[in-house]
Design a protein around this ligand. Structure first.
Ligand SMILES: [Zn+2]
Length: 127
């Protein structure tokens, strides 16, 4: 079953939701933290093709993500590196560049301006 990464616009958490392809976009998804349906897809081009359950389970548990300070690009970069190491394959080529630029202190907004293909409006969550 594929998983879809969302950002909750209400409680500002990242959530990973498992859904069947045929349900995606048809069945409303709920934030597991606050229960609202105000979820936006994050970086839609990042597909997690790996299906080893233990890895997916570990990523689905927010307690394993560590502290993410979304106002700190370096914190986001750390999170993305961790995510990238969990899902070492099938990452888009721009993934490394984004992480490097975040790590250099660039804001997600600046990076998205240069790389609109990252997901456009979806990524407004990272404001
Ligand atoms: Zn929420």
């Amino acid at each position: 079953m594929p998983n879809y990464e969302y950002g909750c616009l209400d409680c500002r958490k990242r959530v990973v939701i498992y859904q069947r392809y045929e349900d995606y976009g048809r069945i409303p998804v709920h934030c597991p933290f606050c229960g609202n349906q105000n979820l936006k897809r994050l970086i839609s081009r990042v597909r997690f093709a790996r299906s080893e359950d233990s890895r997916l389970d570990s990523m689905a548990d927010p307690s394993t993500w560590g502290d993410i300070d979304e106002s700190d690009p370096r914190s986001i970069a750390r999170f993305m590196r961790k995510m990238g190491s969990e899902f070492g394959e099938d990452l888009p080529p721009e993934f490394d560049e984004v992480v490097d630029r975040l790590d250099a202190g660039e804001s997600p907004e600046e990076i998205e301006k240069d790389m609109p293909e990252l997901g456009g409006a979806d990524s407004g969550f990272l404001e």
